[in-house]
Design a protein around this ligand. Sequence first.
Ligand code: MTE
Ligand code: LUZ
Ligand code: MOS
Length: 767
Amino acid sequence: MKNYDWIQHVRGESLFVDDITPPEGTLHAAVFSSPIAHGKIINLDLEIAKKLNDVIEIFTAKDIPGENQIGAIIPDEQLLADGILDFCGQPIAIVVAKDNFSAHQAVKQIKLEFQEYSAVTDAREAFQKGQLIIPPQTFSLGDADSAWKDCDLIVEGTAESGGQEHIYLETQGSFAFPVEGGGIKIISSTQAPTTVQRAAARILNLPMNKVEVDVLRLGGGFGGKEDQATAWACMTALAAFKLKRPVKIILNRQEDIRMTGKRHPYSSDFKIGLTKEGKILAYEVTFYQNAGAAADLATAILDRTLFHCTNSYFIPNVKATAYCCKTNLPPNTAFRGFGGPQGMFVIESAIYKAAEKLGVDPMVIQEKNLLSEDDEFPYGQKTKYCMARPSWKKAIGKYNLGEMKNQVEKFNLENKIFKKGLALMPICFGISFTNTMLNQANALVHVYTDGSIGISTGAIEMGQGVNMKLRQVAATIFSVDISRVKIETTNTSRAANTSATAASSGADLNGKAVQIACNNILERLIKSAQQELKSNETDQIEVKDEIVYLNGNQTELTWNILVQKSYAKRTSLSSQAHYATPGIHFDKSKVKGEPFAYHVYGTAIIQVTVDCLRGTYEIDFVKVVHDFGKSMNPIIDRSQAEGAIMQGIGWMTIEEVIYTKYGKLLTDSMSTYKVPDVYFTPKEIEVDFLDNPNPSAAIFNSKAIGEPPLMYGIGIYFSLCNAIKAFRSNAEIKNSAPMTNEKLLLMLYEPAGQNLKRKLKNKMTVK
Ligand code: MTE
Ligand code: LUZ
Ligand code: MOS
């Protein structure tokens, strides 16, 4: 069950937007964008740029035939700015030229006169100024206000988590060309073809049926193309529509990093109350989300922060409030975990602080408060087949936590400069779009007369292996060899009104739709076999390994013959099916419901070694017990877990998005924005499959895997904190991710930072 895409990838045969052989006469676009974070356009001078060789046309807001609007949830984002500039990198004009180089040369010749306003880049500052995108949201359970008096210990604090750049290998891009009848076809690197279709139709003032969007695969999305592939697609659509010629845009890496949003940074306040035994009685948390200059998906992301604010713990009294703060940064967007990690970092920070005060290891508090069966989440849903405790138990047993702790203790006693730290990270992630409406999908399945199968769904292959899983679904239902099954491109003409491939539910939603469609066809084939074999109704007919069996006995009907005979009898060999996740609901006015089809659980143990002289560190291991349900493709699922863990670790450690106070991005290249590389990778990543035979709404009971393991990465932050404390027991631990080497070094020596030299000298003379 190897993922076929991988074979093509290593051969360099997989095609991405930039690999499509452009038709002759294809034009190339480049974007002129705002050099300031906040201000007003006074004058835009395109004259010099327009006169350059090979420049065909320059488009601005006034050239848009429809509405200059691409906001998918809230209409607050222009495709091209025409008045107020709200962030550095905000698109203002599109230059179209005969080649990419000329387009970029022309961009440099555009003269913008502007009036600059002061910029707000900080969420709390935006909050103080009343710059909220939506009214505050609150989730509550029990009565936090009256629970404080029962607590033996109350700890308050703040927690900060930073942004994260997606660094998908394939940068944003799109290719559009006019089609007959005034329509447009767009090839886009998007996770959400319908979102692109809707936005382009709005921009061009066309009905949606005149905009066709087609996607082959993405070189990664990670949420960065759930909403933010739209702008570039609309730009090429606009230019192609106006010029009646094919137009292509591919952002270079620096443009991509500069102009697109990232994971939302959060600044949060928490208050946690416990008994002296470590039982959490109350938790109050306020999230300030840095949305950037437009809503994008921020409101939905903020929802998920609230849904996951208690991670995998049962807390009887909770009050969680969230503010969506508008700042002058590029609109931030979806990123694997979708606000969940941000919420979970805060509860983990609170537990860490409480543990410090109680004088216990954080894992004591973590374990004591893990979810059990039938526990209620702050949003009203109750746990079912809860794997929080089983995964914890298995992890500490299988990996022998006791021995690990002994080893760490021993190492730390024997070493002065190097210190090890160990932490556990349990996770709980809800599967389903929190907006119930989006939990639907459709599939179109064709069986061709030669027995081969073609499948179209709304699922986007972005490296996560969803196409392989869909092939497995069809091959399993028809009981045919997987090589017979082909997944077609994702196309709005074959799969309409689709949700983004997101929320880790691509395989579940589209897989279930494929399952229904295949079963429809199979039912007809069985009926046709019945006639062919002249069997009566009580006879058992099944297709197994491409052969038809009658009452358990092999017949002369093979898959191929059956398909041909059925066709000859004028049986439909195609089916379109729709799937909507049953049972889920959420009442927004009461802020209660059962929004998730199921939850995914697991526990990670992370160990690090810190060089307390340099502030650098290595990751000894990440050992996980994860609830896969019953994995339908262990190779893919394991690789998803490993990738997500690395991405989570990167977010918590070395990946640092830095803007100046004027809203200019300093980390706009791979040399200034560091992502984990092979040297940074843990020496060991072990992922154990928790045997979980319980039924779930997952396709073939194979639970969603895309996002949940990212949150194991949060554990590294606290492993590092523990190592810091092993070096200096009174070190002041700050909950401020990412824990870069600089930050770690300061934490090792602050507040005696100025005495750093002397201290280091002392340490070094100890031996
Ligand atoms: N894996 C790869 N290789 N590339 C990606 O872009 N995106 C992640 C995850 N795994 C991603 C990935 C994100 S953010 C999501 S939501 C899921 O895949 C989406 O796919 P699925 O719903 O099929 O799991
Ligand atoms: N996208 C979305 C998501 O629109 N709703 C969600 O709940 C979600 N969750 C995770 C990732 N993307
Ligand atoms: Mo993933 S953040 O749902 O694209």
